[in-house]
Ligand binder design. Structure first.
Ligand code: 9PG
Length: 489
């Protein structure tokens, strides 16, 4: 085993005696929605065709698959760790052991009859390990556990959550939330939390202002839920601001800026561009602390904090001495301080390893949706980070070792037959694979949409039967192969 010294962090490369044709590579994406996968080294890593797809899934400073559109055969990029697997399960593992200040970027490249591995560390030197092993899976588990330990991973119990997003999307209202909770109570469904998602807010950044379309105020929900025995959860994208929001108008100087000194549009959604807060700015940190404190004071004990990658993007910041990772963690720490130690924080769209120690749970894949596979986007546009059951499961399964970092959230089960294109086999496949992954259990089905079969599936999905440690990679992929309708997972 090689413990890499700080001097070696600067840019290290190895030529490995591995036959590219028989080697598989395990990669981990930048944030929750980015692809993670185990693939033949000679295959091609997806690089999404359109910039708007890259914006929501990838680190712009380290896009997958070299510079060519659609990626390049035999070139694989990975964040934090990488594994190269020989037939039989031996091979090499490279792993960062601390991602609180710097982050490790790895690239494996097929070169003739050998494999070239390169490491870049962004930020000050950090402890890293690069090792040859007879058993990649055990080594990866052990090194990931070490990273979790070094960063004081939190170890909460998993929760059972009803979330409004995958049925109501942005049309959610206060009466609908309460009606679902009432019906759930009537049927004695074992949810712990009812979580309000995107749609209640006046604008991105204007989280506390009333919004007519929600038919009430988010502050009014927790009381009604408590009467029914449920904890209250709420979605925030705390590092984002919409261009028409009061937040943006009042504080343009709080935004991450481009080289021209102007606020930098960092993505497109909600019908236009959005901006990101500069989490090294002391006033922003104060605002984040106060936001989390206020929402908790309304009665919310579960916060789903989304689009957090915005805090870790390249850009000009108030404090240029901070690395992207440090800037991100400063923003996250401010939210934790405001929310308090007891509040459950589920992170989403979030850089993965650099969240350890602050996150209770982490979305470890892209969104589930009521379609199995978005073939057009995945196959033709090289983007498997979009919403689809297949994409969500594929990536969440490929991050099985991250249970040592936080509770994984593989996203919701869809048990309903209405408003869904999933067939019966696909619903059961989704159920089986979510069970394999473990972690949070969630549903978004309107309770009134479930018939007897649907209720049976939902109850099964909410059973926290999986041990805290998911079963091994081989077993996961065995299950995947058994369950997958097309066998093309
Ligand atoms: C609310 C949703 C839900 C969901 C999150 C997140 O534009 N995009 O590419 C894009 C990607 C993901 C996404 C929304 C938009 O989903 O994962 O659970 O909370 O936000 O808007």
């Amino acid at each position: 085993m090689t413990d890499l010294t700080p001097e070696q962090n600067a840019g290290q490369s190895w030529t490995l005696d591995l036959d590219p044709a028989s080697t598989r590579v395990l990669v981990n994406g930048f944030q929750s929605w980015s692809e993670a996968e185990l693939q033949p080294l000679t295959a091609t890593q997806n690089r999404p065709t359109f910039v708007w797809m890259q914006e929501h899934g990838h680190d712009p400073a380290f896009l997958p698959g070299s510079d060519e559109e659609g990626g390049e055969a035999g070139v694989w990029r990975s964040h934090t760790l990488i594994a190269l697997v020989r037939p039989g399960g031996g091979g090499y593992v490279g792993h960062s052991l601390d991602e609180s200040r710097s982050s490790a970027h790895w690239e494996a490249r097929a070169e003739g009859s050998q494999v070239r591995l390169t490491l870049w560390v962004e930020g000050p030197a950090i402890p890293l390990v690069f090792t040859e092993t007879d058993d990649v899976i055990s080594t990866l588990e052990a090194l990931s556990a070490q990273l979790g330990h070094n960063m004081a991973a939190r170890t909460p119990a998993p929760l059972r959550v009803w979330c409004s997003w995958y049925s109501y999307y942005r049309d959610v209202t206060l009466p609908q939330m309460l009606e679902n909770a009432r019906l759930s109570h009537e049927k004695a469904l074992p949810f712990d939390v009812f979580q309000l998602d995107d749609g209640f807010q006046a604008d991105l950044g204007d989280w506390t202002l009333p919004a007519a379309h929600f038919a009430g105020h988010a502050a009014d929900l927790p009381g009604g839920l408590a009467e029914l025995g449920y904890a209250a959860g709420i979605w925030l994208a705390p590092f984002l601001a919409g261009p028409n929001s009061e937040l943006f108008k009042a504080h343009p100087d709080w935004m991450l800026r481009g080289q021209d000194g102007q606020p930098l549009p960092i993505g497109h959604n909600w019908g236009g561009p959005y901006y990101g807060l500069d989490t090294t700015h002391p006033e922003v940190l104060g605002w984040l602390r106060e936001l989390a404190r206020e929402v908790v004071s309304w009665g919310y004990s579960y916060l789903k904090l989304d689009f957090l990658f915005a805090g870790a993007l390249p850009g000009v910041r108030h404090d240029p001495s901070k690395t992207r990772t440090e800037a991100y963690r400063m923003g996250l720490a401010a939210l934790r301080e405001g929310a308090g130690d007891e509040t459950f924080l589920l992170l989403c769209g979030a850089p993965l390893a650099s969240s350890i120690g602050i996150a209770d749970a982490m979305r470890t894949g892209p969104d589930v949706s009521p379609i199995w596979d978005d073939d057009a986007r995945r196959v033709w546009l090289h983007d498997a980070t979009g919403p689809a059951a297949r994409n969500a499961l594929h990536t969440a399964l490929s991050r099985w070792y991250q249970h040592a970092w936080y509770q994984p959230d593989p996203d919701v089960m869809i048990a309903r037959e209405v408003q869904s294109m999933l067939g019966s086999t696909e619903r059961h496949a989704l159920l089986g694979l979510l069970d394999v992954i473990g972690g949070l259990r969630a549903s978004s089905d309107p309770i009134s949409s479930l018939d007897e079969d649907g209720l049976i599936l939902l109850r099964r999905a909410l059973e926290l039967s999986t041990p805290d440690r998911p079963i091994t990679l081989e077993t996961s992929f065995g299950a995947a192969v058994t369950h997958f309708r097309r066998g093309t997972f």
